[in-house]
Every structure is written in structure tokens, then in C-alpha cells.
Write a protein that binds this ligand. Structure first.
Ligand SMILES: [Zn+2]
Length: 309
């Protein structure tokens, strides 16, 4: 059955790119509501923005949503990953500023709070998007693909990244997102960037809230953030976290196999646009108990959040 969070929970912090402080509150919502954001600082006009692929606008380095009245919320991907990974199907996410707080750069603070509140079961079956035929998008940078689910599995992922900096280098990871693996293996992995890019980003008004505490900063073979990495392959884990959050803008869980090769936010959004432009490539199915047990939110446990986060 569909779920929502049992009671509201709030977070306070600065946005990674804007540097602006904001308070974000995840509130319970009814069945069939889906995930919506609301700008509580916008008093005139429509402040509600759906966390949906067709409300995503192209923006560098983060996922930003916009409604027709022009209200935007930036950097929704880590809280979206937490909602997807914890199996929350319906929520109203209120925020009093333009960007989601970056917190520690991962999804772990959101996951810990959501799991501590618990979920409430609603009287409506979970629906999911079943991938029926492969959909592929490619740019000069890389590619992304959705294919039909492997037998008996829900959402599985293969991700590959390659960076010149030896501290990241080439990393591959494959994961079945069922049985709480998001909480155990992905949720604490932090956003990352190269020191060489920090100055350029800040000159362009980005990463103004970035610190060595809320992002892993690398320079060549060195990790500049104190404490080093949480996982040797933290970077590819974070890319998978981002992909889970961005895929959740499909509006429901996806039953399929996702592959990302140097993919990022924009490419995942292109992939969803290509999917929904191909009516023969997908269908909406109601999940029975067997199907529901394969979804990312099944079997998550708060004590499985890695202790480092
Ligand atoms: Zn991210």
C-alpha cells in the first residue's frame, strides 16, 4: 500500500549553491498526492511545485523544479532520494527559500529523520512504472539507459564514472535497490567536486554554500575534506543516490534496470522525457506484495544507516 511520513519533520541549513539558509519540513500527505514542494515564503501566486520530471528545468549541477508561476526549488535530489529510498509515496515538502539545505551533502540526515518518524500506510495500492522496452539517451559526456527489470527484481542500477583526479578515478558499482540497500550502501555518500572547479563555480554564483564539511573536495590524488572519504567509492555511490532521487521525479517507483555512464542530473531528466515520449516503453502497474517487496523502500531499517554519517 502507499505510505506517507507519520508526522512532520524539519531541517535547517544552507543551500549548496545559493548559500541561503532555509527551513524545510516534510509533512504527511494523503494517498494519490505524490511528492510536491511548497515555497512558504511566496505569499502571492502559486507556491506549489510538483516534484515531477516535466517540472524539472535545466540547471547546472543540481535538479531544480519550477511551476508555471515561476516558483523554483533547487537541489531537490538528495531529499527526493531519501523519500524514494525510504518508500515514502506521498509528502508535502515545505521550504521557506529557493534551495533545499545541503546538510552534510548526503541523504543520511533526511533518511534518519524519516525513519525515526516512521511511515503511515494509506488506503491505496502502490503503483509503479514498469519498463517494457529499452530507452537510451546519449550526450557528448556520457549516456543513460532504462531497460526492463531483471526477473524477480525491482529497480537495479549499474553506474560508471571516470574522473582525471586520482582521488576519484574510474569507479563502477551495481546495486539492487531492494531490501534496504539504499540505506546501507548509498544514503551516506556525499556530493563531491574538484578543487579546480570550485573557483569557477563560485565565480558563476554556484557552490556559494559549499564547505569541506558538506562536500567531498578532491585535488588530484588528495581528498581535501577533513576525515577523508566515507567509502573508497563514495563518488559513484553518490551518483547512484542522485540517480535514485532524479528517477523518483517519474512520479512513482520504477521497475527496471538503470544504467548510467558518466550520467548526471540533466541526463536522467532527458531519459525520463524520452521514456514518457515512448508510450510502448512503459506501463503503470499496481504492485502486489511480491512486487512491493522489490521496491527501494522495502526492508529499510534505521540502525542500518552507516555509523559514520
Ligand atoms: Zn548529489
Amino acid at each position: 500500500m502507499q505510505t506517507t511520513i507519520r508526522s512532520a519533520v524539519s531541517f535547517q541549513g544552507v543551500g549548496l549553491h545559493s548559500g541561503r539558509a532555509a527551513r524545510l519540513t516534510i509533512r504527511p500527505a494523503s494517498a494519490e498526492h505524490g511528492i510536491w514542494f511548497k515555497r512558504t515564503d511566496i505569499l502571492l501566486g502559486d507556491a506549489l511545485v510538483p516534484a515531477r520530471w516535466d517540472a524539472v528545468e535545466v540547471s547546472p549541477l543540481c535538479t531544480r523544479i519550477r511551476n508555471r508561476a515561476g516558483a523554483t526549488i533547487s537541489t531537490i535530489e538528495h531529499v527526493m532520494a531519501a523519500l524514494a529510498g525510504c518508500g515514502i509515496h506521498n509528502a508535502l515538502v515545505e521550504i521557506d527559500g529557493p534551495e533545499v539545505p545541503i546538510l552534510d551533502g548526503s541523504s543520511a540526515p533526511f533518511v534518519r529523520a524519516i525513519l525515526a518518524r516512521g511511515t503511515r500506510t494509506l488506503r491505496a495500492p502502490v503503483r509503479a512504472i514498469e519498463i517494457l522496452a529499452p530507452v537510451h539517451v546519449q550526450t557528448a559526456r556520457g549516456w543513460a539507459r532504462l531497460s526492463p527489470a531483471r526477473p524477480g527484481q525491482g529497480l537495479t542500477m549499474d553506474f560508471h564514472i571516470a574522473f582525471d583526479d586520482a582521488a576519484i578515478g574510474e569507479q563502477d558499482k551495481s546495486l539492487n535497490l531492494a531490501n534496504g540497500s539504499f540505506v546501507r550502501e548509498l544514503c551516506d555518500s556525499r556530493t563531491f567536486c574538484r578543487q579546480a572547479d570550485v573557483d569557477a563555480m563560485q565565480a558563476n554564483g554556484l557552490a556559494l554554500g559549499g564547505t569541506y564539511e558538506n562536500a567531498v573536495v578532491v585535488d588530484g590524488d588528495k581528498v581535501l575534506s577533513p576525515g577523508g572519504l566515507r567509502h573508497a567509492d563514495e563518488a559513484v555511490r553518490h551518483k547512484m543516490l542522485d540517480a535514485l532521487g532524479d528517477l523518483y521525479t517519474a512520479g512513482m517507483p520504477i521497475l527496471g534496470h538503470y544504467e548510467g555512464h558518466k550520467a548526471g542530473h540533466a541526463m536522467t531528466n532527458m531519459l525520463l522525457a524520452a521514456l514518457f515520449a515512448a508510450p510502448d516503453a512503459w506501463r503503470v502497474v499496481e504492485c502486489d506484495a511480491v512486487c512491493a517487496a522489490t521496491l527501494p523502500g522495502a526492508g529499510v531499517e534505521i540502525d542500518e544507516i552507516p555509523a559514520v554519517a
